[in-house]
Ligand binder design. Structure first.
Ligand SMILES: [Fe+2]
Ligand SMILES: [Fe+2]
Length: 249
């Protein structure tokens, strides 16, 4: 049997994954997957009266809640006390993120859970995929290194830059925690991805999650624009079968 090729060095492998994430972030920021129309607020209308803002917070409950659950399972697969401690802290952070979004929506008089209980498929697909990953390096490359890295670059940074008041909950209570979470992903990749086989598996997960993130972002932009135009995002979700195009509706 032929021996496996040598693995990349940790540095070279992280560089490769970073380049993959940078390419996706660039595509997202340059409008390949749609423009975030919700950042424009020329009339200065407050967030709770803007259906696209209520929708985005409702959509945002999903990743926070799901990550709280994921991490609680993944932490059992690690035997490094320092990482377990840091992930324990992240579980608290993600539960807090869920709660601050839910509290904000309740304060606005909106239902916090329509897209948690009945998710928009394009948005939830990446999470279903990540939940299938067995090795911690596969999970943490997908969720922390790629997913949270892209979320920070494509949504939270623009929120902070263009409309920090409307997105106060994100900018003040969620965004500051994200660099720590991304760093956990990076450190787990560096610690465990020392074989050719695992690098191959992790490379595949990174590419798949980056792709799914972009498609989820694209759906989010389309649903937010639909809400902004006076449509009901939950009805739009119900009219789209799995595999059909949002744009075709
Ligand atoms: Fe979070
Ligand atoms: Fe996070």
């Amino acid at each position: 049997m032929a021996a496996s090729p040598n693995p990349l060095s940790t540095e070279a492998f992280l560089d490769e994954l970073t380049a993959l994430r940078t390419k996706a972030a660039h595509d997202l920021r340059s409008g390949v997957y749609g423009q975030p129309t919700f950042l424009a607020n020329p009339d200065g209308t407050e967030g709770q009266r803007r259906p696209e803002i209520v929708f985005l917070l409702q959509l945002g409950v999903y990743p926070e809640y799901r990550e709280t659950h994921f991490l609680s399972r993944q932490v059992q697969r690690l035997d490094d006390v320092d990482l377990v401690y840091r992930i324990g802290q992240q579980i608290f952070d993600e539960a807090k993120h869920t709660k601050v979004l839910v509290d904000q929506l309740r304060e606005w008089g909106a239902d916090p859970f329509p897209f948690w209980e009945q998710p928009i498929y394009q948005w939830s697909a990446a999470f279903d995929y990540m939940d299938k990953q067995i090795h911690p390096a596969e999970y943490f490359v997908g969720s922390n290194f790629i997913g949270e890295g892209l979320f920070l670059a494509s949504l939270m940074a623009p929120m902070a830059q263009h409309d920090p008041e409307t997105f106060r909950v994100y900018v003040e209570e969620i965004m500051p925690d994200e660099p720590r979470h991304i760093a956990i992903g990076k450190d787990i990749i560096a610690k465990y991805c020392t074989t050719f086989e695992l690098q191959e598996r992790v490379r595949r997960v990174a590419g798949t999650v980056a792709k799914q993130y972009c498609l989820g972002f694209e759906a989010a932009m389309q649903f937010a624009a639909h809400a902004k135009a006076g449509g009901n995002p939950a009805e739009l979700r119900d009219r789209i079968g799995v595999g059909s195009q949002v744009a075709a509706v």
